[in-house]
Design a protein around this ligand. Structure first.
Ligand SMILES: Cc1cc2nc3c(=O)[nH]c(=O)nc-3n(C[C@H](O)[C@H](O)[C@H](O)COP(=O)(O)OP(=O)(O)OC[C@H]3O[C@@H](n4cnc5c(N)ncnc54)[C@H](O)[C@@H]3O)c2cc1C
Ligand code: SF4
Length: 512
């Protein structure tokens, strides 16, 4: 008689209360299954990173005295679906109870709920003990019928509740809730970017097993120099190094991009956070502690900017996902239907900003927020690519991509496909923004200053055409009305030329 507890690949949480006591009547089950490797085509590093972390957790639990049943991707008795493997285990151990932690993905949540109800055993879904708020927290904060929710108002509630960066009188530290406007500097080679603090592994054996099992992936596996953490101890080292070396400049250069550094001052903690090696609370608290210990070295603006990402955006995005699924993924408010250009799979485009951002994503399974939003996302939005195609690419390519966080970021924040429910303005840009925030344009075949000539930067015509196409919808939006009015004030001949140029670009997207 045994209680069978399932641990999913994004539940690598060694601090979970399940593991506080060793109980020989409990059997932990972990499995590498094709249902999870195949629901979308994943980047090779994503599959390696998750399996490596699962194997390490199983090993650590075993060493601590817990009973673990682990299905490897190549095991003969692996039936490659949660339900089938669990049924076999239930039989093997004469299970008397089934428990699992709350899944974060709608798809897995539905599947496990219907499996648990069908398996004729008492069962319980327990908290993953990771997030600051529960699934319904965001929905409860807003009026259900509201046309749009604003992250800022939810963030203030979470900040008050957490006490992070709050004065004793209940006011935000420094008198302001938000220092976003201080975080807008380009990076020109100074201050020096810290040396990488990644801990490198050799996962060639695991990669060979994944390939032998026939799993189809894309992107560079980097199996011999694998740079992502495998367990909590490594993730804590990564956190410590970021707080020490990255955080002091995080805020100032949060929006900057540069060909000489993939990460600049970003943390690269999203993988460790999303597989739950680290908790959001400890990550935010570590940043606040560093600021409080030395406010001259780590400014309030840098700290607040970082804390807002973790306890604001991350929790808010999750709440939107749970409030709006499953219909949210079908959103296509601007009726965009173009296919994803072929160079999304090999990075071979002449547009240097996209070549660098996509090329980096394919080789490292990572791009920072502004590369995702203002380069890759903005191109897709202005070119009119189907948001679902964009979403599936984003879900596969990044090591941190799990649907609960990826989907609202793509469908809502980046592609405005939810009619502005999550973000109040579309995030689009022309070459002037890319030129201001990066050095991409200096290595480009295209001319960032030109809109219409044969060498004109494609982003320019696509940008102005976007506003012309959607002028009625956005003209009264106070956050972007100026850009729309500028487009509307163009002479008719100029408007026609922009539209013609944008149409031509859309006809030849694969060769841009
Ligand atoms: C189109 C698009 C797709 C995205 N897809 C994902 C995804 O699949 N998974 C993912 O974790 N993040 C996603 N993000 C959010 C963000 O870009 C990444 O979290 C961040 O780039 C990860 O790198 P980092 O750890 O160096 O982040 P940092 O810049 O160091 O930020 C610190 C942490 O803040 C959190 N964070 C910051 N912004 C967001 C946000 N908008 N939503 C949720 N959390 C946030 C992350 O946990 C991140 O690790 C996406 C953003 C966009 C615009
Ligand atoms: S010129 Fe245009 S395409 Fe080239 S890097 Fe600059 S913004 Fe990108």
């Amino acid at each position: 008689m045994a209680c069978v507890r399932l641990i999913l690949g994004d539940q690598i949480n060694e601090s979970h209360s399940w593991f506080r006591q060793v109980d020989e009547r409990v059997l932990y089950v972990m499995m590498e299954v094709r249902s999870e490797t195949d629901y979308v085509r994943h980047h090779a590093q994503k599959v390696i990173g998750i399996f490596a972390a699962m194997r390490r957790l199983a090993e650590r639990l075993g060493k601590a005295g817990h009973r673990v049943r682990y299905f490897k991707i190549g095991d003969k008795d692996n039936q490659h679906a949660f339900a089938d493997n669990l049924r076999s285990v239930f039989k093997e151990v004469k299970a008397s109870r089934f428990e699992y932690q709350q899944p974060d993905e709608y798809r897995v949540d539905e599947a496990l709920d219907s499996f648990a109800r069908s398996c004729d055993l008492p069962f319980a879904m327990q908290s993953s003990e990771h997030f600051l708020d529960d699934r319904k927290g965001v929905a409860q904060h807003f009026q259900p019928e509201a046309k749009r929710w604003l992250m800022e108002s939810y963030y203030r509630v979470v900040r008050k509740r957490s006490g992070l960066l709050m004065d004793k009188d209940g006011e935000p530290k420094g008198g302001k809730w938000n220092y976003d406007h201080d975080n807008r500097k380009p990076w020109k080679g100074e201050p020096a970017v810290p040396r990488s603090w990644d801990i490198v592994h050799n996962h060639q054996t695991l990669w060979a097993e994944i390939q032998a099992a026939g799993v189809k992936t894309f992107g560079e596996p980097a199996a011999a120099n694998f740079p992502w953490p495998q367990d909590r101890a490594e993730a804590l080292k990564q956190l410590k190094a970021f707080i020490e070396y990255g955080l002091p400049n995080f805020g100032d250069y949060e929006d900057a991009m540069h060909t000489s550094s993939d990460r600049l001052f970003h943390s690269r903690l999203s993988f460790a956070l999303n597989v739950k090696m680290l908790s959001p609370k400890e990550v935010a608290a570590a940043a606040v502690a560093r600021h409080e210990a030395n406010p001259k070295e780590v400014s309030l603006a840098a700290t607040e900017g970082f804390v807002r990402q973790i306890i604001g955006w991350r929790e808010y995005i999750r709440g939107v996902y749970w409030a709006k699924m499953p219909s949210y993924r079908e959103g296509n408010g601007l009726n965009h239907q173009a296919p994803l250009p072929s160079w999304f799979w090999d990075g071979q485009t002449k547009m240097n900003c996209l070549r660098c951002s996509i090329g980096q994503s394919l080789s490292t399974a990572y791009a920072h927020h502004i590369q995702r939003l203002m380069v890759i996302g903005s191109f897709c939005l202005t070119a009119g690519v189907n948001p679902r195609a964009v979403e599936q690419w984003f879900l596969g390519v990044y090591i941190d991509a799990f649907e609960w966080v990826e989907l609202p970021n793509v469908i809502g924040m980046s592609q405005h496909a939810d009619n502005g429910f999550l973000a109040s303005k579309p995030y689009v840009c022309a070459a002037s923004y890319v030129g201001k925030m990066s050095n991409y344009c200096s290595g480009c075949t295209y001319d960032p200053k030109d809109r219409l000539g044969p060498k004109a930067c494609p982003l320019n015509a696509l940008y102005w055409d976007f506003w012309l196409r959607h002028q009625e919808r956005f003209a009264n939006n106070p956050r972007i009305g100026m850009a729309v009015r500028q487009a509307m004030a163009m002479k008719p001949a100029e408007k026609t030329a922009i539209r013609k140029k944008a149409d031509e670009l859309r006809q030849q997207m694969d060769s841009l």
